[in-house]
Design a binder for this molecule. Structure first.
Ligand code: PHE
Ligand code: ZN
Length: 853
């Protein structure tokens, strides 16, 4: 521990300290008597001491509970209440523990445990929320069946598993599959359902429901289709069948995260399940499909096989993200999905891995586990599985995963178990590969090349910068997918996966007639930063000829980045060759519109800041903003003659459908509209706004108009039209900020926090405003420091209500060391202000401390 640590310094938990619980839980029975301010929870639990257990203490977690009574084998007992739980003397043979506690769902603004959202009861137990419901060994390696009785007047009462009985004012559920407490769920309220059914591969009929607030029934059909597709896909791709008679999804307005995979009763942030053409954009539809799939896939990767402890979180999350990405690739366009995922990885995971919050995919310590639901655990965790699959091949991947399900069904597992099935199925030694789980930081991969007498040599050097607690790194296994193109653009060597294991290593290609152009890291075969000196001419060549769509996009992306960097550093004009290449691509109808839209979408301003920082410059957010504006303006002017026709050609008419083709086309169309708006003063956008019969086009038009400062009337109309729809209003709030100029973004955001529809109690609304502010690079980092101050003030206010969402939002400050001394000083002041707040939560304390270190 560091010196001067305050007495109340939160406890740190270590992977190396793992010890199993000393008792087995044989069954759990719970009775809930629902009342908003005083719900009673009775528990009746069969425990059995484990013979020879290393940890025989009977400790049950419990937080914010009022203990009414407790009994062991029917005899009243008086447990010792400790910080975070209780201990009690218990027999050294199997016994029954009974307790009654009172909890306050109404007063629960942290949205963890049992809480109320719009008059509806719901729970969130991952990671450690069950201990706010009753006393229990709240750890994922304690698994049990659950019987639940819910008493209350609410017309709908749901829990995990199958419904067993119900009557006036009560309902009973039984979950036959042993599960950890974090998968427990209960919902009760005035809900309506969108029903359907699915027949599994073995012919069992499963009842499906999506439960929503009255009025939202019309927004369930898309989610239901996505669920059925997911169930089918998991049977076809992984041989996994659903295992209960019923599968329920519930939409909840107040939710800290996206959604939760509770056994048989998935609970969703309403933004991640409700969809209609009028209220949801194409991007919303795609995300909803992916999240429904993700939560459903957890039924096997997470629920049937769960995690031994929370250090193993990536075991379920990395694998399930990997699976949902495979699903989306199959349902939509695989290259487009891959490119979008890499954009997202670079935007969210790379900064994390390169900053003060860096941690391994499997962390070795934490204070608050809620702070580790990160891009590293999820997205890098999925990348690691992608690399594993690439290294062993598709067939062996399938063998190993089948072995995983066979061997570990019903267990709480570790990364060691996961890697062992790959070793056993393939005979490979994965000890070096395991470093991907233990070492934080993004490896840099330097490439040099050599050509002589028909032999081409690629030499790679890997190195990973220090990360907190890990100054030195060992070389990792890196699968590098490489193809070679001849001078005429033909592929002379198809994709080959080079397996790099050394710090420095060369690979040769023989029999080449001429020096080839290499296409390296195809499909982004490893989450690394590639460093290679190359020319814009070669990038343009790859953009035109590469057979790998990812690398074609990557070449365009590199051109865009170099052009932007030159503009910022040297005041250069937008690169003419790049503008040329873009125009060609834009007009090339043979190319997938979604792909064209991706090439046309510029690197983010934060991305440019990161690039500048990596190259030893101090990024100036305002200059980066100006360069983006100049570039778009120049592109628009150069395309002036063709924009109206391009706009017309890409306009999707007819009944709205969220399919991949139409949405790709609308994406491209929206980007063209934004260029066009720079020239026509918003005429076309205003027309589109009037004509739009779906949110994608309405929102795209409004975005263009607001950016052009021509959208006041439409923004007002939009507000009037949608003020009754929370999810659409989130878009409206966010857009006000996203479209503001850098110097006004913070004051626009400040005004919005005074808006009558702003509330700290709804995480979606908070994220809409504060997330949009943090996402406005030049606005958030405006030299005045107003953005930093506003965020800090709101984090301090929110922390009192909802530590989890506050802590996550602190990450907006994680890149602070990129910037100049003045900005760093401003940010430090705010971070210290947050850190010095009296009564600051453990969640936020940990985040701010790590960022400041
Ligand atoms: N386990 C959820 C998922 O990834 C995420 C989550 C974590 C939700 C913690 C709520 C609380 O699917
Ligand atoms: Zn998940």
């Amino acid at each position: 521990m560091k010196d001067a640590a305050p007495e109340t310094a939160p406890e740190t938990f270590y992977l190396k300290d793992y010890t199993p619980f000393g008792f087995e839980v044989q069954s759990v029975e719970l009775t809930f008597r629902l009342a908003p301010g005083a719900t009673r929870v009775q528990s009746r639990i069969h425990f059995a001491p484990k013979p020879g257990a290393a940890n025989p203490e009977f400790f049950l977690h419990g937080e914010q509970l009022s203990l009414i009574s407790a009994a062991v084998d029917g005899a009243p007992v008086t447990p010792t209440l400790t910080e975070g739980g209780l201990t009690c003397n218990v027999p050294d043979q199997p016994f029954v523990w009974e307790a009654e506690v009172e909890i306050d769902p109404q007063g629960n603004t942290a949205l963890e445990g049992l809480y109320m959202s719009n008059g509806m009861y719901c729970t969130q137990c991952e990671a450690e929320g069950f201990r706010k419901i009753t006393y229990y060994p709240d750890r994922p390696d304690v698994m049990s069946t659950f019987k639940v009785r819910i008493e209350g007047d609410e017309p709908v009462k749901l829990s995990n598993g199958n419904p067993t009985a119900s009557g006036a004012g009560w309902a009973e559920w039984h979950d036959p599959w042993p599960k950890p407490a974090y998968l427990f769920a209960l919902v009760a309220g005035d809900l309506v359902n969108h029903p359907d059914s699915f027949t599994t591969m073995s012919g069992k009929e499963v009842e499906l429901n999506i439960w929503v607030r009255p009025g939202d029934e019309g927004k369930c059909a898309f989610g239901m289709e996505a669920l059925k597709k997911s169930m089918k896909w998991d049977e076809d791709a992984y041989g996994r069948e659903y295992d209960l008679d019923i599968f329920n999804i519930v939409a909840v307005d107040d939710f800290n995260m996206g959604a939760m995979e509770n056994k048989g009763l998935n609970i969703f942030n309403s933004s991640c399940v409700l969809a209609s053409p009028e209220t949801s954009t194409d991007a919303n539809f795609e995300r909803i499909e992916a999240i429904i799939a993700h939560e459903y896939f957890h039924n096997w990767t997470g629920n049937r096989i769960t995690c031994r402890d929370w250090f193993q979180l990536c075991l379920k999350e990395g694998l399930t993200v990997f699976r949902d990405a495979q699903f989306t690739a199959d349902m939509r366009s695989a290259p487009v999905k891959r490119i979008s995922d890499v954009i997202d990885l670079r935007a969210r995971q790379f900064p994390e891995d390169g900053g003060p919050l860096a941690h391994p995919v499997r962390p070795e310590q934490f204070q608050e586990i809620n702070n580790f639901y990160t891009a590293t655990i999820y997205e890098k965790g999925a990348e690691v599985i992608g690399m594993l699959k690439r290294l062993v091949g598709d067939e062996d991947y399938a063998k190993a995963v089948t072995l995983y399900f066979d061997r570990h069904d019903g267990q709480a597992c570790t990364i060691e178990d996961w890697l062992k099935v790959f070793e056993d199925a393939t005979g490979r030694d994965l000890s070096q590969f395991k470093r991907w789980y233990s070492q934080a930081g993004t490896p840099h991969l330097k490439v040099s090349e050599d050509y002589a007498d028909g032999t081409y040599t690629l030499t790679f050097e890997q190195s990973t910068p220090p990360t907190p607690g890990q100054p030195d790194k060992d070389p990792r296994v890196i699968p590098i997918a490489v193809g070679l193109l001849g001078p005429n653009g033909d592929e002379v060597c198809a994709t080959r996966v080079l397996e790099m294991t050394e710090a420095k290593q060369s690979f040769t290609f023989d029999g080449l007639a001429a020096k080839p152009v290499p296409s390296i890291l195809r499909e982004f075969s490893a989450p690394v930063i590639l460093e290679r000196e190359t020319s814009n001419a070669e990038r343009a060549f790859l953009l035109a000829h590469d057979t790998d769509p990812f690398n074609r996009w990557e070449a365009g992306n590199a051109l865009a980045r170099e052009a932007r960097v030159a503009m910022v550093l040297e005041g250069a004009a937008p690169d003419a060759d790049y503008l040329d290449a873009l125009q060609k691509l834009l007009r090339d109808d043979s190319q997938d519109p979604a792909f064209r839209a991706l090439v046309l979408s510029p690197p983010s301003q934060s991305d440019i800041a990161q690039t500048l920082f990596e190259r030893g410059h101090v990024p100036d957010p305002q200059k980066i903003f100006d360069a983006a504006e100049t570039f778009a303006q120049t592109l628009a002017q150069q395309l002036a003659d063709s924009l109206p026709r391009l706009y017309a050609d890409t306009t999707v008419s007819g009944a709205y459908s969220p399919d991949a083709i139409s949405s790709g086309k609308r994406d491209l169309n929206g980007r063209i509209l934004s260029l066009l708006t720079r020239l026509d003063g918003g005429q076309q956008a205003a027309r589109q706004y009037e004509d739009a019969d779906n949110m994608t086009q309405q929102y795209a038009a409004l975005t263009c108009l607001l950016k052009a400062e021509k959208g006041d009337a439409q923004s007002q109309a939009f507000f009037e039209q949608w003020k009754g729809d929370r999810l659409v209003m989130d878009k409206w709030f966010a857009l006000q900020i996203a479209s503001a100029a850098p110097e006004t973004a913070a004051s626009v955001a400040r005004d919005l926090t005074q808006h009558e529809l702003f509330t700290l109690k709804n995480p979606n609304r908070f994220r809409a405003v504060m997330g949009a502010l943090a996402g406005h690079h030049a606005g958030f980092h405006h030299a005045s420091g107003a953005g930093y101050r506003l965020l800090a003030e709101n984090l301090i206010a929110l922390d009192k209500l909802n530590p989890q969402t506050t802590a996550r939002m602190c990450a907006a400050f994680q890149t602070w060391k990129r910037y100049d001394a003045d900005r760093q000083a401003l940010i430090r002041t705010e971070l210290e202000r947050i850190a010095g707040t009296e009564g600051l939560s453990r969640d936020t304390t940990e985040m701010v401390t790590r960022i400041l270190d």
